[in-house]
Design a protein around this ligand. Sequence first.
Ligand code: GUN
Length: 286
Amino acid sequence: MALIIDGVAVAKKLRQSLAAQVAAEKLSPGLSVVLVGEDPASQVYVRNKSRAAEEVGIVSDTHRLPSDTTQEELLALVDQLNKDKKIHGILVQLPLPKHIDAQTIIAAIDPEKDVDGFHPINAGRLSLGLPSLVPCTPQGCMILLGEALSDLSGKRALVLGRSNIVGKPVAQLLLQANCTVTLAHSRTKDLPEECRRADILIAAIGKPEFVQGDWVKEGAVVIDVGINRIDDPATAGKTKLVGDVAFAATEKRAAAITPVPGGVGPMTIACLLKNTVESARKSAAG
Ligand code: GUN
């Protein structure tokens, strides 16, 4: 049976370490979260982010804007937050309403305050192997991998999903850790065979229980980024959360696997706080 990597415990340890750093260094980190519209999942994320920030000693404020907010209004808010010396991290929750161009908004955020690591400057620096603010979910994946593997060097890593938020940046981080990286996606030929070659499998495609147990190599380490809500056949009318990996079958073959919920999810928020503390530290150093 596989080691179940406890993301809740690892995230808690990281938050405690961040709280200790904030106190010891007398930092006053400020995080601004911007939420446009009423997407229910986004509302939950934003609430969780604010609560976790306060626990660590980060002052967080949330700007809730109506769904008919114009791109110009949102750009004006970003500009105001860029200029605010008390704010070290700006996060604009995605997805944005269709009439707003997300890339335009992301590019308007001061790269030094881009705690999502989505700005072209940060994405470019990451791809060049230069210091940058690194996207939160990929950072969380790497920390959880470290719980199961002390050295990633030479391992075959398969990343399933090519999003800018997870797939592409996590592929860069795995490459920096000296893995041999394959970035697979919906057009990849013979995906099960690609998966079976992988010592490390990162699933980030947003399809419930898509990766089958017999696609997974014996002894592989599996990081499941998916958070999918499906009808629960065990309890009529109720729903449950599942990942992108068929957990029960995979657990029998893998050396280690992250659960859903309780795996990557809590790490994303902890890494957002880590980026905010790092940004505040850099700002304090001048
Ligand atoms: N929506 C889903 N994940 C994320 C994330 O990591 N950052 C932002 N800003 N929006 C998201």
